[in-house]
Design a protein around this ligand. Structure first.
Ligand code: MN
Length: 392
């Protein structure tokens, strides 16, 4: 499975506009850029509605493409409705380019002239087709790419969220790979830099923060004629079901999370039973057995007490989330943290973060991995803060 290993986002007003009408969304595994248009700050309203529609979450039972289309169309309806009801917002609209990592695929949904790019093996590839007048003319052979880049009407777009009561959304799903670097950006970047410039900047070694800051700097150095928005994210491979080792099961209720040292110690003890530790006597074996019986009895009682709750919770498992660990990393699970035995669980992994459990302070580990049931937003916010180093 792939996950987002690193991300960076920035939006900048540029040098010639008074306000920034771009908006962005960055909450792995979903990223988006919206570029609003319309007088008297209506563009800001439109782009904000677009990204807020994504923040409301996706309907997991649909395919990723359907999930995104649903959200984009809902945003369109809201923007269009507001522009009809309120003269202050008449004629407002926005672009929206969104990318969702689902399993090993990246799904892109797109309306307008913001863009998504992928850098892989030193090559840059554009994943979206502008819905713009000049792109249309290029496609029909009326303009060359070079002429299009200099065309005075290149900011005229032929499709946006807002102008109509419905919108056609382009979607495409690409097989993703570890190491892929994705860029989503507004035309304030691509209008100022050529794709060759983009490639040069993206291919430089360095953190995404360095790369992103430099892209914005470059666009401003080239004139900064429009608002500039940059969202960058890089993928890496994480261990999956098949290559998971014993110790990497999600933490279960009542079982304290062991530190890496404790796990290592436990392993050593197992590997060398006749080592320096206290000799095993018949008596201690007996005590051990009766202790085990007590634990089993306790577990049975717990199971009986919990059964009505578990059955009830099973119905609701799709709506609740908890934070645990996966492969040594902090992860979000959907469902409730119970195992029914025989490999049956009431949860499934929802998101695997880039934060190793071993890096958490013991106190943080205890409160974070307490398996409290949380809403999706709550769990996502918590883990997101952790990833950004904002918890402490
Ligand atoms: Mn723009």
């Amino acid at each position: 499975m792939l996950r987002v290993a690193e991300e960076f986002h920035k939006t900048d007003t540029g040098l010639q506009r008074r306000v920034n009408e771009d908006a962005l969304f960055a909450r792995a595994p979903l990223f988006a850029v919206a570029d609003g248009m319309g007088g008297a700050q209506a563009g800001e309203v439109a782009s904000r509605i677009a990204v807020e529609a994504l923040a409301q979450g996706l309907a997991d039972e649909m395919t990723p493409e359907r999930q995104l289309i649903e959200r984009v169309r809902a945003a369109n309806e809201e923007i269009h409705g507001l522009s009809q009801r309120d003269s202050k917002h008449a004629g407002m609209g926005t672009t929206l380019t969104a990318a969702l990592l689902a399993g090993s695929d990246l799904t892109v949904a797109h309306v307008g002239d913001s863009r998504a790019y992928r850098l892989r093996d030193g090559k840059i590839e554009r994943l979206t087709r502008d819905h713009s007048l000049v792109e249309e003319l290029v496609r029909r052979g009326k303009l060359t790419e070079e002429e299009a880049e200099e065309h005075p009407q290149r900011s005229i777009i032929t499709r946006a969220l807002g102008p109509e009561d419905d919108v056609e959304v382009d979607t495409c799903t690409y097989p993703a790979q570890a190491g892929d670097l994705y860029l989503i950006c507004s035309d304030g970047l691509t209008g100022m830099l050529t794709e060759e410039d983009l490639l040069t900047q993206l291919a430089v070694a360095g953190s995404l923060e360095e790369i992103g800051e430099r892209l914005v700097e470059r666009a401003n150095a080239a004139g900064g004629r429009d608002n500039i928005t940059v969202v960058l994210f890089r993928l890496e491979e994480v261990a999956t079901e098949g290559d998971r080792v014993e110790d990497d099961r999600p933490t279960t209720v009542g079982v304290p999370v062991l530190s890496a040292d404790e796990v290592a110690a436990a392993r050593d003890a197992q590997a060398a039973p006749e080592s320096a530790s206290a000799p095993v006597t018949a008596r201690s074996v007996k005590r051990e057995r009766s202790r085990l019986r007590g634990v089993l009895k306790g577990a049975l009682v717990t199971l009986l007490v919990l059964t009505p709750f578990v059955v009830g919770a099973f119905v609701a498992t799709r709506a609740v989330y908890f934070v645990g660990t996966e492969g040594g990393f902090v992860a979000i699970y959907r469902g409730v943290p119970y195992e029914l035995g025989a490999g049956l669980t009431l949860y499934q992994e929802y998101y695997s973060s880039g934060v190793p459990v071993a890096e958490l302070r013991p106190a943080r580990r205890k409160t974070l991995l307490d398996h409290r049931l949380r809403s999706k937003d709550d769990a996502s916010d918590l883990v997101k803060k952790l990833e950004r180093g904002q918890l402490e």
